[in-house]
Write a protein that binds this ligand. Structure first.
Ligand code: ATP
Ligand code: MG
Ligand code: FE
Length: 346
């Protein structure tokens, strides 16, 4: 079956088509540029942009896949978490398509989408696997079994800011453009990661091994910038040092979690998985620990519809129950299951 996935939880409108675990085509439109001058996503602007982009993005994905709307056998859509106005637009569009095409609709958790993105490149996930989700709104370590059936076990989350949020906020302080993560990654290329001794929060022997905290790091970066008031800020060094601190904490904890749970595969997903230092340090440390590392290709790390289609495809093939057409969004959906209606265990 051909599954169409729709994503609209934040500032990306995404549509993707997946069949049997394979990506057939996908398209993403972003309203990022419209938010740039506000320094962050403006919910009302994002929602309106989804209205404009929905149909063209679905059409583009279909064109890419060489398919027509009537070839779609199921529609999967992000129902949460995310911005409510933004989610509403995607869900309304997905319902309209499911209704007019007379195909089942599946509600998908956005973060499960980030996890499933990797399957489109590297095939089915081993059961169990350790997942590090690092995105604009989340930083979590998850023990994942069967995405279509099993509950997702949360080992730990960030106690304050997400890693992506830290990148974005520090970038503002450094005078770098929005969005900050990619800007810091670029600026760091010419910098010395050892130039600033930024802290490594919650890595002490008595700290929760699975919890994260990035607000102190953000403050440390702001203090460091303040000390340069009146002279030019060595942005490359600051960026490289910040990126190193974040990559160090993330990969150290993720590898330790694999070891502690006897899990031999680490999957790093979400927008921050696009970071070059996170990728290289994860590779190095997993190599040393004998852990298989899986990271989705760059274009599937940030929000897209293909990842939602990937979850939908798993659900369809596992025989999941479809969502009713009056299903609602859940802007703060907890990550318990990948789907709104997971497959019942016999
Ligand atoms: P969530 O998935 O938690 O709801 P989101 O959907 O807004 O949040 P994503 O689209 O997964 O987040 O990721 C966006 C985040 O990834 C932003 O914070 C952005 O700065 C960060 N990011 C993207 N590319 C990079 C990079 N190369 N280095 C560091 N951070 C990056
Ligand atoms: Mg985004
Ligand atoms: Fe996301």
């Amino acid at each position: 079956p051909v599954v169409l996935g729709i994503e609209s939880s934040c500032d990306e409108t995404g549509a993707g088509l997946v069949r049997g675990g394979r990506l057939l085509g996908h398209a993403v439109a972003s309203s990022m540029d419209e938010h740039a001058r506000y320094g962050g996503v403006v919910p009302e602007i994002a929602a309106r942009a989804h209205v404009h982009s929905f149909t063209p993005v679905v059409q583009l994905a279909l064109e890419q896949a060489g398919l027509r709307a009537r070839d779609i056998d199921a529609v999967a859509v992000t129902t949460g978490p995310g911005l409510s106005g933004a989610l509403q637009v995607g869900l309304a569009g997905a319902k309209a398509l499911a209704y007019t095409l007379d195909v089942p609709l599946y509600g998908v958790h956005h973060l499960a989408g980030h996890v499933a993105a990797d399957t489109l490149e590297h095939g089915p996930l081993p059961n169990p696997c350790m997942v590090l989700i690092v995105s604009g709104g989340h930083t979590s370590l998850l023990l994942v079994r069967d995405l279509a059936r099993d509950p997702i076990q949360h080992l730990g989350d960030t106690l304050d800011d997400a890693a992506g949020e830290c990148f974005d906020k520090v970038a503002r302080v450094f005078g770098l453009p929005y969005p900050g993560g990619p800007a810091i990654d670029r600026a760091a290329r010419g910098g010395d990661a050892g130039a600033v001794p930024f802290p490594r929060p919650l890595t002490g022997p008595r700290d929760d091994p699975y919890a994260f905290s990035f607000s102190g790091l953000k403050t440390a970066a702001a203090r460091w910038a303040e000390r340069h008031a009146g002279s030019p800020l060595p942005v490359a060094d600051g960026s490289a040092a910040l990126q190193e601190a974040i990559a160090d904490v993330l990969t150290r904890k993720a590898v330790a979690a694999c070891r502690a749970h006897g899990v031999d595969t680490l999957v790093v997903v979400g927008g921050v998985a696009a970071n070059s230092r996170v990728r290289s340090l994860a590779e190095q440390r997993c190599g040393e620990a004998g852990i298989t590392l899986r990271v989705p290709p760059l274009k599937l790390c940030t929000d897209n519809g293909a990842m939602i289609a990937a979850v939908g495809d798993l659900l369809v093939r596992a025989g999941a129950e479809a969502a009713p057409l009056d299903v609602s969004i859940d802007p703060s959906a907890p990550l318990e299951y990948a789907a709104l209606h997971p497959v019942a265990r016999a």
